[in-house]
Write a protein that binds this ligand. Structure first.
Ligand code: M6R
Length: 615
């Protein structure tokens, strides 16, 4: 949700900022801009469109500077125009800012500033922030303050409601950059006589291995050879530098056409990484030291609450089936955005789990914080080492799936379910799950990467099926029990990357309404990989067939769909504990190939952004 980069050092800032923006483009891609500062001159360029459009503009009119800030936008306040693109400059021309987040009281601030003679040239909330900084610098901070720029920003932030991660530079303080954070991530990269700022370590493009994670309520004053941090209430902060592992952050296309395709095909590896080192020596349970909780403590919980958004929420639903089945603990699943406001009554022995690929989704983070405020033990499953959610939870499990760049989540989803299965196994073995059943599940978990590989080997067949369905505008995705969340995820994948309307439903529930949609123009993708219930699903398929709805069956019992399904994707027969994960893969491929043949930009679907850090 908007990407920010900043540089202050001795090198030419432009290529560093542009490269950083290209790496952050997955966070937003409506418009892009940069501001460079050299010798008292502030050079601002900003353009509607992708970073490549900005890069062309920068090439046409180069400006050399050794410090600057840049931004790739996901529009919140104000349409997608050049004027609304960041950076925004104060009306006195002295300050330039790039901002991620929402200033909720911007209208009041704007009125105040208009009265004082400040003017505005965009519809954004951000422009009020930069003008308020200019106002505080000019009128509220004595010229002899120890650090007048920092002081002006600090005073400004006391009047700001909402969320922000920003970097601001000023003609009046040509050797300093100020960065601050509340609610939107911001990281400072530490180099030799240089500092970088970014919303995500990817934005450093490998240029910094030592980083400082700015926390909420902190403000950094950065020069070429120093970084001081204070809080908004002016308390000094001990600066802690962390090392990052660039191998984990590797995000090159590696011969694939798109990140989404690469990430779908990376799933066997991602699953191996999720499982590695997490199986007990006797192969009957999981080893999950990251949970940071003793077996005795874990036994005290008699309920688990999962919170997440989007695809991660679907992973929570999959977790509900797995944990209730194998660990026999009741599980509730909540949308994080609802949970944070609805003050749900929670039993005192509830363990709260959040799932977030990015570890930065604001609703999930706030659900976590609210649970902590209420005194609940919180755990997180996240793919982003060092992310805010991973830092603020009481314990958790990293996915190690490798950076996910495609806006549509793929490998993160299957890896999240794999980790939830490990959790189900671990808690199950502490309770009623037998040694033999534990060994069976471990053996299934170990077979997972190869099972997924065998489905990926069918990609060209799935692509052929996809070609037949590219012009349909409505789809149903139907599955039962553990495959219901997978149906939801299949529908989400299709709609977010191909803009086709799709709905996921429990197969039998379809009769209670969605069947009204069934017609020759509305295909149904039916998941039927469960022994117990396959025959019931075949009956549901017959009901669709009787109404002339085209059917794509995804099944490990293709014979059941002879004469019923128009197309069949034959699945390997796998243990029930891993069926959901394996069944996800053909749905990802189907969505991918349909979207590609409709000419959609699958890595950067319209209106979306990878990490949703605003409400
Ligand atoms: O980073 P998170 O897992 O917290 O993200 C949650 C959702 O925003 C995310 O899964 C979103 O739904 C994806 N676009 C799905 O493909």
């Amino acid at each position: 949700m908007c990407g920010i980069t900043g540089y202050i050092g001795c090198r030419d800032a432009t290529p560093i900022l542009i490269e950083g923006l290209l790496k952050l483009e997955y966070r937003g891609y409506d418009s892009a801009g940069l501001a460079l500062l050299d010798n008292g001159t502030l050079d601002v360029k900003k353009k509607k469109g992708r970073v490549s459009v900005l890069a062309e503009e920068v090439d046409k009119h180069p400006f050399r500077a050794t410090m600057g800030i840049s931004h790739t936008r996901w529009a919140t306040h104000g349409g997608v125009t050049d004027a609304n693109a960041h950076p925004h400059v104060s009306s006195d021309g002295n300050f330039a800012i790039v901002h991620n987040g929402i200033i909720e009281n911007y209208e009041n601030i704007k009125k105040f500033l208009l009265d004082k003679g400040y003017s505005f040239s965009s519809q954004t909330d951000t422009e009020t922030l930069v003008n308020l900084i200019a106002y505080h610098y000019e009128h509220r901070t004595p010229p002899d303050s120890e650090n007048r720029f920092l002081e002006a920003v600090r005073k400004t932030l006391r009047h700001i409601e909402g969320t922000y991660g920003f970097a601001v530079i000023s003609k009046l303080c040509p050797d300093e950059m100020i960065a601050a954070r509340k609610g939107s991530p911001l990281i400072i990269g530490v180099g030799k006589n240089e500092y970088l700022v970014s919303s995500d370590i990817l934005g450093f493009a490998g240029r910094a291995s030592n980083v400082i994670y700015l926390e909420d309520g902190q403000i950094a004053s950065i020069t070429r050879d120093n970084c001081d941090i204070v809080t908004v209430s002016n308390a000094p902060v001990d600066v802690r530098v962390n090392e990052i592992d660039w191998e984990l952050e590797n995000a090159e296309l590696g011969g694939f056409d798109t990140y989404m395709e690469k990430e779908i095909f990376e799933q066997p590896k991602a699953l191996e990484n999720a499982i590695r080192g997490r199986i007990s020596d006797d192969m009957s349970t999981a080893k999950l030291s990251g949970l940071n909780i003793t077996p005795n403590e874990l036994r005290q919980f008699d309920r688990i609450l999962f919170c997440a958004c989007g695809t991660a929420w679907h992973a929570c639903l999959a977790a509900e089936y797995l944990i209730e089945k194998y660990a026999r603990i009741p599980v509730d699943v909540e949308y994080a955005s609802e949970f944070r406001y609805r003050n749900a009554p929670l039993d005192k022995n509830t363990l709260v789990f959040v799932i977030s690929q990015s570890g930065e989704t604001i609703d999930t983070l706030e659900a976590l914080r609210e649970s902590k405020r209420k005194g609940f033990r919180t755990l997180a499953i996240t793919n982003s080492v060092g992310s805010t959610i991973s830092r603020e939870s009481d314990g958790g499990l990293y996915q190690y799936a490798g950076k996910e760049i495609g806006v549509a989540s793929t490998k993160a989803f299957t890896s999240q379910i794999a980790i939830c299965l490990l959790v189900a196994l671990y808690i199950g073995r502490m309770r009623d799950l037998s040694f033999a059943a534990g060994r069976e599940i471990v053996s299934a978990i170990n077979s997972l990467p190869r099972a997924v590989e065998s489905v990926l080997a069918k990609a060209s067949g799935i692509e052929k099926i996809a070609q037949k369905y590219t012009s349909y505008e409505d789809f149903l995705f139907l599955g039962r029990l553990a495959e219901f969340p997978i149906a939801l995820e299949g529908a989400l994948k299709l709609k977010e990357i191909s803009y086709i309307h799709a709905e996921g439903y429990p197969a039998a529930e379809m009769k209670h309404g969605p069947i009204a949609l069934v017609c020759p123009e509305c295909p149904s993708v039916i998941l039927a990989n469960s022994d117990d219930i396959s025959l019931k699903i075949v009956s549901n398929a017959q009901e669709i067939k009787a109404r002339k709805g085209p059917i794509i069956a995804v099944t490990d019992r293709p014979e059941l769909f002879d004469g019923i399904a128009d197309d069949v994707i034959a699945m390997p027969r796998v243990h029930e504990s891993i069926r959901g994960i394996v069944a996800t893969v053909p749905l990802q491929l189907l969505a991918y190939y349909i979207a590609r043949s409709r000419g959609c930009d699958v890595d950067k679907p319209r209106n979306l952004a990878k990490a949703v850090t605003v409400e």
